[in-house]
Design a protein around this ligand. Structure first.
Ligand SMILES: [Zn+2]
Length: 255
């Protein structure tokens, strides 16, 4: 596979040539946070970046791939040693400056491929701000949510969302180096800190709980059921939806 769409692997002359054709930049957003006993801090960033490589390859030369934003909003994991979080204002400034720079180079459309739930509120806020302040077209997706049907059919654990069966499967397929297979265990769930939070009530009432309040070992669900095959099915399903969306997005914004 040609890597002619990965900005981090280009010289400035390569970038000049790629930018002459590119209509849209994909920006992966990740985190640097604990992922249970069996995955490393870079899981979210690696998943988002590897998924973005597959996505950009499908849409080349209309799309280029920006370097991933390797830190995100991870206050809720700070009780676990090694986690690094950005403050929201730092993350927002980082997003703004990366987009501003690429806009200076002629890009007018942006798509954030998000690998970390804690970034969602920021991406919501920033996509509105970027559209209205910089006059660009912008969209974002936590790409796993493009594959809910496959996840419903294939993922057996009743709790999910972090270092779980679904995420571990994706990591096995997209970035096997971040998974320590011999250390995979089930999430040691302690429960939810308040009534009405958690499974089945997501979004009805919101409060910023922390992961040490919910899980002893930092995982949710049962990652022992994870497999590369499930990961591939999730990724393939999400990929075809993302390709369909972006093709339409670019065609309409061009028109
Ligand atoms: Zn994660």
């Amino acid at each position: 596979m040609s890597n002619a769409f990965i900005l981090a692997e280009m010289t400035w002359q390569d970038a000049r040539d790629a930018l002459a054709h590119a209509e849209l930049a994909i920006i992966p957003t990740g985190s640097f946070e604990q992922h249970g006993p069996h995955m490393t801090f870079e899981v979210d960033t690696a998943r988002a970046y590897e998924f973005s490589k597959l996505l950009t390859a499908e849409l080349y030369p209309r799309v280029i791939l920006a370097p991933p934003l390797s830190f995100g909003i991870s206050f809720h994991h700070m009780a676990f040693p090694g986690t690094i979080t950005l403050r929201a204002e730092t993350f927002h400034a980082l997003i703004y400056d990366v987009v501003w720079s690429l806009r200076e180079h002629g890009i007018r459309q942006f798509f954030f491929v998000n690998g970390h739930g804690g970034n969602k509120a920021s991406l919501d806020v920033m996509s509105v701000k970027l559209r209205h302040e910089l006059g660009i077209d912008v969209a974002w997706s936590s790409f796993t949510s493009l594959a809910t049907e496959i996840i419903k059919a294939r993922v057996k654990s009743c709790i999910s969302g972090h270092a779980c069966e679904g995420e571990t499967s994706q990591a096995m397929y997209l970035a096997p180096n971040v998974v320590k297979r011999e250390r995979i265990t089930r999430g040691a769930i302690k429960g939810y800190p308040y009534k009405f939070l958690g499974k089945g009530n997501s979004g009805a009432i919101n409060t910023p709980y922390t992961f040490d309040e919910i899980t002893e070992n930092g995982s949710l669900g049962d990652a022992t059921l994870a497999s590369e095959e499930i990961g591939k099915e999730i990724v393939d399903a999400a990929l075809s939806k993302a390709v369909e969306f972006l093709t339409d997005f670019m065609d309409k914004n061009k028109a």
